[in-house]
Design a protein around this ligand. Structure first.
Ligand code: AMP
Length: 435
């Protein structure tokens, strides 16, 4: 139908040219900070087997039970298609399980440990859309696999901190941190919590009563005022840690003190994914006590590699959410550095001019001079405005007359000067002016 209109799917949005520089800058900061700290880039598929997330993320979590998008073939399978049609696929709701799957599948356990990987890209969760909560959003993600020391917990928190610092948000955010204990102390913690909550069932919000038996840790995360009051009067996880976990957590906090990273010990922080052990953290806006709009989170997940079929291997990672970070940067009116796109902008007027300028542009690019060229039919004024917007220092103009005279006009936008230079001398002259 001619007047049919289309919209982006609910919970998604378009990143338009006005916002694109923020995304570019944020990704660039991630790349620089991660690679200078020894992380290597990995990219994993946007969809994976459903059972990977059921196993890894946890089949009692909201993410897995309520929020995964299935991936099915839109057309019917051909009779001759031999593919296993019993496999179910979902869009990735997070990165960690796919990265650990790859670590195991690609033999990274045989590499010198730890293996440090980073990535970024879209993830998908079928949640109820609202401001700061989307169905397609983008995460940065980094993991240190194969090192169980407090130093690697701190390395992940430090990278997170450095990202926020470079993005201009260091003064506006704080790290909430807690320890969830390991396989040794977790059963004791679970029992203490279960006993306490069971004795206080009638004081909990009804929504939380059902969670007590299923996973009492999740109750600590409740946003219900009635439950919060009960939780605050109950046992604190840090008091129930075994000696090893206590010592390790103390080391983490001491190292954070030494690095001057501000943190808030939050004994009720549990996070929404099942695989976390020991150090767990979340980064939030200082003005958001509830963590409703947390900017990033992470922690240790020492059992996950084994759970997915590998040798027991400690690991720690984090995933800041780019959409919320960028919204926060814009709200705080943080200016991002302008990226220089062009040193030299070449304007060719007419077909003959184009033939002359194309080899010139290639020659300048070969000298690693950022060179833009315009073949549009806009007037000279518009071309010069574009050159200025792209940050060009020199503009080279070749029109019919210049082709005839075998010359070019060179405008120096910084100095406001202009001269005519023979084509033969042009490359050397540009190089000289820029050096
Ligand atoms: P999680 O993987 O749940 O630990 O989330 C890590 C980060 O991803 C959060 O701190 C948010 O910044 C971001 N995030 C999680 N869910 C959403 C969502 N639905 N929309 C936008 N950002 C999200």
């Amino acid at each position: 139908m001619a007047n049919e209109r289309f919209q982006s799917p609910r919970g998604t949005y378009d990143i338009l040219p006005k916002d694109a520089p923020y995304w570019r800058f944020t990704r660039q900061v991630l790349r620089e900070e991660a690679e200078s700290s020894g992380f290597q880039r990995i990219e994993v598929p946007m969809f994976e087997e459903k059972r990977l997330f059921e196993r890894a993320t946890g089949d009692t979590t909201d993410v897995v039970t309520k929020e995964m998008f299935g991936v099915v073939r839109a057309s019917k399978m051909a009779e001759t298609d031999k593919e296993d049609s019993s496999q179910e696929f979902v869009l990735r709701p997070e990165f960690t399980p796919g990265i650990i799957r790859s670590y195991l599948e690609q033999g990274m356990q045989a590499l010198p440990q730890p293996v440090k990987l980073y990535t970024d890209g879209p993830v998908f969760r079928y949640s109820r859309p609202q401001k700061g909560r989307y169905r397609q959003f983008q995460q940065m993600d980094y993991e240190i696999i194969g090192d169980g020391s407090a130093a690697s917990d701190v390395a992940v928190i430090l990278l997170t901190w450095n990202l926020f610092k470079r993005l201009g948000l260091a003064d506006s955010v704080i790290v909430d941190i807690n320890s969830l204990g390991d396989a040794k102390c977790r059963p004791k913690m679970r029992k203490a919590l279960l006993d306490y909550l069971s004795q206080n069932l009638n004081k909990l919000a009804s929504f939380d009563v059902a969670r007590v038996q299923k996973n009492p840790f999740r109750v600590l995360d409740s946003q219900e005022p009635k439950t919060i009051a009960v939780v605050k009067a109950g046992p604190q996880l840090v008091d129930l840690l075994c000696d090893d976990c206590k010592r390790e957590f103390k080391q983490v906090l001491e190292l954070l003190d030494e690095l001057g990273i501000p943190y808030n010990l939050d004994p009720y922080l549990v996070r929404g994914l099942d695989y976390y052990t020991r150090t767990t953290f979340e980064i939030r806006r200082k003005d958001d006590e509830t963590r409703q709009n947390s900017l990033g989170g992470g922690g240790r997940y020492d059992g996950l590699v084994e759970l997915l079929g590998g040798r027991p291997t400690p690991a720690v990672g984090a995933a800041p959410g780019m959409d919320r970070i960028i919204e926060y940067m814009q709200e705080k009116e943080i200016k991002i550095p302008e990226t220089k796109l062009t040193d030299v902008f070449v304007v060719a007027i007419g077909e003959h001019a184009l033939k002359v300028t194309i080899p010139l542009v290639e020659a300048l690019k070969a000298k690693e001079i950022l060179t833009g060229v315009s073949m549009a039919r806009d007037g000279l004024k518009e071309q010069l405005a574009l050159a200025t917007r792209l940050g060009a220092r020199l503009v080279i103009i070749v029109g019919e007359r210049e082709v005839r005279d075998q010359s070019a006009i060179v405008k120096d936008l910084d100095q406001g000067s202009q001269e005519t230079i023979p084509l033969g001398d042009l490359k050397a002259s540009v190089v000289k002016k820029l050096s």
